[in-house]
Design a protein around this ligand. Structure first.
Ligand SMILES: CC(=O)N[C@H](C=O)[C@@H](O)[C@H](O)[C@H](O)COP(=O)(O)O
Length: 222
């Protein structure tokens, strides 16, 4: 079965810790990824070359790798160099910023995807709007996703997943795998995005970010 086919209908778990956080260590991330695999994840999404390699060493399921540089503007795998490095580190799919903003290396999104495809890589397009998705499909991305909805200035940051953008994407691109990622906070919401036509759902915070999960409970009993 192809990597993309193996994601169909499944749960992808995003395993990331942010700079300065207590769990930001490749071995810790790899342990969480393995736990997620045992729980039924069909793939892991993770950040940074050390985490990608450590996680590849632990799990059998595919790894979607990205490399975050900074946290403003184009920061998810911002350049072709970052994308190539993710593949070299072992990622089965590389996730890259697929907004229409200028990229730090001056390449267009289409040029970046073209180079990666020529090298045999699979590309996940992290989109923030339907216009981004159009550009990403035109460029030949293997997967498109709602990852940047609410973070790139084109969509409101909904409390839960951006169902409206998901609907636009699956309606306009029925032939392209559309992932729903971002603020999927419960099993019910995960089921809802699948019912809405997502090819697969990506859950990060609600499974792998204990500080945030703890704050949900702490706030609820204040
Ligand atoms: C916008 C951005 O930088 N998103 C990042 C992308 O890799 C991660 O910080 C998110 O945790 C991930 O998308 C999963 O989303 P959520 O944690 O909401 O389930």
């Amino acid at each position: 079965m192809s990597v993309i086919e193996s994601l169909r209908g499944g749960l992808i778990v995003s395993v990331q810790a942010y700079p300065g956080e207590p769990m930001r260590h490749p071995e810790t991330m790899a342990q969480i990824a393995l736990a997620a695999e045992r729980g039924g994840a069909v793939a892991i999404r993770c950040q940074g070359l050390a985490d990608i390699s450590a996680i590849k060493g632990q799990v059998e399921i595919p790894v979607i790798g990205l490399w975050k540089e900074g946290h403003e503007g184009v920061y998810i795998t911002p350049t072709l160099r970052h994308a190539r490095a993710c593949i070299m580190a072992g990622a089965d799919v590389v996730a890259i910023d697929a907004t229409r903003r200028a990229r730090p290396d001056g390449l267009s999104y289409a040029d970046t995807v073209k180079a990666l495809k020529e090298e045999g890589a699979l590309v996940m397009a992290d989109c923030g709007s339907i216009d981004d998705a159009r550009m990403a499909v035109e460029a030949g991305s293997d997967i498109i996703s709602t990852t940047l909805a609410g973070y790139s200035g084109e969509r409101e940051k909904t409390a839960g997943p951006d169902f409206e953008l998901l609907d636009q994407m699956v309606t306009e691109f029925p032939q392209v795998p559309v992932l729903c990622e971002g603020r999927v906070h419960s099993p019910t919401q995960a089921a809802e995005v699948m019912a809405a036509g997502a090819y697969a759902v990506v859950v990060g915070t609600a499974i792998t970010h204990p500080t945030t999960i703890t704050s949900w409970f702490a706030d609820a009993i204040k």
